[in-house]
Design a protein around this ligand. Structure first.
Ligand SMILES: C/C(=C\C(=O)SCCNC(=O)CCNC(=O)[C@H](O)C(C)(C)COP(=O)(O)OP(=O)(O)OC[C@H]1O[C@@H](n2cnc3c(N)ncnc32)[C@H](O)[C@@H]1OP(=O)(O)O)C(=O)O
Length: 257
């Protein structure tokens, strides 16, 4: 897949996150902002009942984004062509606390000007249909956001706009009836990439930049009524809900300028 990268998606993302638009001419796209470019555009006829492309998935199993590893090796520039190369790297069966898990790892490389500028692995997990019904956490008392934490209101409009920007039609993020009645979730599910991006942005606020290695895991589902509270410090970055339950963790390392 190949396209000329335009500033529009980056401007739309800055508005969605309520952050200052980055200086694209000086720095290129920030860490993970490549997720809004070079998107798959599957035909409507190819979508399964969950809104995700049906190809290659076992009918009835539930897809979740479980984690990933990203390396930025150079600036990704707007105004220039870039291409994405994607392949399935591995498929592994595991037994988790929530039942049978099938992890599919896909590898992605973004090439610009003949150089690999982003290298990434994404971990997607498939679970049995009943698993979502167990994802109904007991809510502890509220833990207010500290001064060094970033509280994001997870509203349906935020989730819808994120789905739209990534051209992701997975119904768990915007169709409350489907999320509850079919997948058994207690609310709309916050995208894994949105949580990863919030962690990367919290680190960017602290001055991270240049060539970076970022590893992250989505460790528990985050629903829209639970808020999203993000923090980054020198030891890593994490997301919790407003009751103190951790839903994502990440570590970042500089690879030098
Ligand atoms: C976009 C998009 C979809 C989404 O965004 S979906 C929403 C975002 N994702 C989530 O909310 C997932 C949250 N995480 C979970 O629900 C659970 O952590 C998960 C992934 C279901 C696993 O929970 P379990 O309790 O069943 O598993 P265990 O902790 O007992 O672990 C069993 C083995 O699996 C390995 N493992 C666990 N989590 C991960 C991970 N995130 N990445 C890679 N591997 C993982 C764990 O290490 C254990 O392995 P062993 O070798 O030690 O057995 C869209 O669709 O596009």
């Amino acid at each position: 897949m190949k396209e000329i990268l335009q500033p529009g998606p980056a401007e739309a993302l800055a508005s969605l996150l309520d952050v200052e638009p980055p200086d694209l001419d000086r720095d290129g796209l920030p860490l993970l902002w490549h997720w809004f470019y070079l998107l798959d555009r599957p035909a409507q006829a190819d979508l399964g009942p969950d809104g995700h492309p049906a190809r290659g998935t076992e009918p009835g199993r539930r897809r979740m984004w479980a984690g990933g590893r990203v390396r930025t090796l150079g600036p990704l520039r707007c105004g220039l062509p870039a291409e994405r190369h994607t392949e399935v790297l591995s498929t592994q069966e595991k037994q988790g606390r929530t039942g049978r898990l099938t992890f599919v790892v896909t590898g992605h490389r973004i090439v610009q000007g003949g150089e690999v500028v982003v290298e990434e692995e994404q971990d997607i997990v498939y679970r049995d249909a009943a698993a979502g019904r167990a994802d109904n956490p007991v809510e502890e008392p509220e833990v207010l956001a500290a001064e060094d934490e970033w509280a994001i209101d997870v509203s349906p409009t935020l989730l819808f706009r994120f789905s739209a920007l990534t051209y992701n039609a997975h119904r768990i993020h915007y169709d409350r009836d489907y999320a509850r009645d079919v997948e058994g979730y207690p609310g709309l599910l916050t995208h894994g990439p949105l949580q990863a991006l919030a962690m990367a942005e919290a680190a960017r606020r602290r001055g991270s930049g240049g060539r970076l290695a970022f590893d992250y895991r989505l460790v528990a589902p985050l629903f829209d009524h639970q808020g999203m509270i993000v923090r980054a410090d020198e030891t890593g970055t994490a997301v919790r809900d407003r009751h103190g339950r951790r839903t994502a963790t990440g570590t970042m390392r500089s690879l030098g300028r």
